[in-house]
Design a protein around this ligand. Structure first.
Ligand code: PRP
Ligand code: HPA
Ligand code: MG
Length: 181
């Protein structure tokens, strides 16, 4: 539906803009965590591409771990139930944790993760998300570092899927509603 790609009604951000956002947030993390060694908790699967950009643009010592949770199961709406598929291997007790998300939409995934990490005794928990869909929030939640604010539309690309595909695209676009309606 765009001039070049019928899968998308609009292209929002290409990989250059996303890398620029990762540089900006990486520099903020360097300042905010100077003298500390935070753990980046990368939320699989959607956050993988963004996490790579962000990780490359952090200069302080930092660890990385992965957690796999799911609630959309390929669809365009949250099931409102979070399933923990694969847990972290790190002990987060007394650690500074930065959750790395591709998107905060309803906010249910982030609320689940914040509560899990706090219960496990993390010293601090902050979030670096590539996208924030403020109008989609169903709970009162706030990400500390945000790449881009987006409207309440279903997007895909750059890690985000529609029915498990299109994660590999080097841009974020609004999925053409004709595809799923
Ligand atoms: O704010 P929310 O409404 O909870 O949505 C955000 C979460 O949903 C997506 O994950 P999904 O369940 O699709 O799993 P995936 O990352 O493996 O695609 C996305 O990657 C975020 O983790
Ligand atoms: O808009 C979205 N697109 C893809 N995956 C998602 N998971 C939550 N919101 C979205
Ligand atoms: Mg998904």
């Amino acid at each position: 539906m765009t001039d070049t790609d019928p899968r998308f009604s609009k292209i929002l951000h290409d990989h250059r803009e996303i890398e620029t956002a990762a540089k900006r947030i990486g520099a903020q993390i360097d300042r905010d965590y100077a003298g500390k060694t935070p753990i980046l908790v990368v939320v699989l699967k959607g956050a993988v591409m963004w996490a790579g950009d962000l990780f490359r643009n952090i200069s302080i010592d930092v660890e990385m771990d992965f957690i796999d949770i799911a609630s959309y199961h390929g669809g365009i709406a949250s099931s409102n139930e979070i399933t923990l598929r694969t847990d972290l291997t790190s002990d987060v007790k007394d650690r500074d944790v930065i959750i790395v998300e591709d998107i905060v939409d309803t906010g249910l995934s982030l609320r689940y993760l914040e509560s899990l990490l706090s219960r496990r005794g993390a010293r601090s928990v902050k979030t670096a998300t590539m996208l924030n869909k403020q109008k989609g929030h169903k709970v009162d939640i706030r990400a500390d570092y945000v790449g881009f604010e987006i409207d309440n539309e279903f997007v895909a690309g750059y890690g985000l899927d529609y029915q498990e595909i299109w994660r590999n695209l080097p841009f974020i676009g609004v999925v053409n509603p004709d595809i799923y309606s």
